[in-house]
Design a binder for this molecule. Sequence first.
Ligand code: GLU
Length: 292
Amino acid sequence: MIGRFAPSPTGPLHFGSLLAALASYCDMKSQGGLWRLRMEDLDKPREMAGAAQHILQTLEDFGFEWDGEVIYQSQRSDLYQDTLNQLKAKSLVYDCDCSRKEIADSAQHGIDGLVYPGTCRHKAVVKAPHARRVIVDDQPIAFTDAIQGNIQQNLAHDVGDFVLKRADGLFAYQLAVVVDDVEQGVTDIVRGADLLDSTPRQIYLQQRLGYPLPQYAHIPVASNAAGEKLSKQTLAPAINATRASAWLIQALHFLDQQPPQELTAQSPREILKWATQHWDINLVPQQRSIVF
Ligand code: GLU
């Protein structure tokens, strides 16, 4: 069994990302599996200089140990291109030169932004630069999330043909994550529920590529009082190593793992050991977000 943590180095590790690291780590280590690390640094314009190194250092200070080398998405474009070519060979990809405005003028709102209306699907000539989209179908995609329960989505209705490679040449998260998860042998994905709505897109790609489907568990995200996910943009407090034990205990409370009072005085490593031994995914609140 293999789990993973896949932070985007857009800023230092914050409480929200600590939750995903902790939950995926405990879930995998409690079952004797491997826990891998992947830097999702595809979107260079959004990256913060030094953040990747800072995240790794923070994880280490918090007592996490990962298996194998850290992989960096920025070094894996050839793999993503190969996979895009495989989908092209199945006639599932087309070029799209629609501008944001053109899409906004004709599209309906879906589950995650606008539903692309398929304008370029049958266009003979497309201007450069252009994006690559995958053709979706009008079938329900259903899966059972170990925390959130039964989830169902119809991609044609809720999302539309989605982008695999952007007009600026960057590969989209949805494609990269599917390629990397299979390539790293990931069997169990534990991450924030902000990605729950992306999962059917990823399952669709896995199905089309003939990849095995991983198990999914989406933990509630920490949000602020306005309901916004804690992130660098919403000014989530950076977590610092000097109070690592206290942050870990808070994260265990957030995930309803019921750490005993005396654990507070322990080192991060001891806390992680306790958390792994006592991990119970059934205790994690079945909510998409919780105010922190
Ligand atoms: N890189 C994504 C993030 O930091 C997580 C992707 C994933 O776990 O699939 O939100």
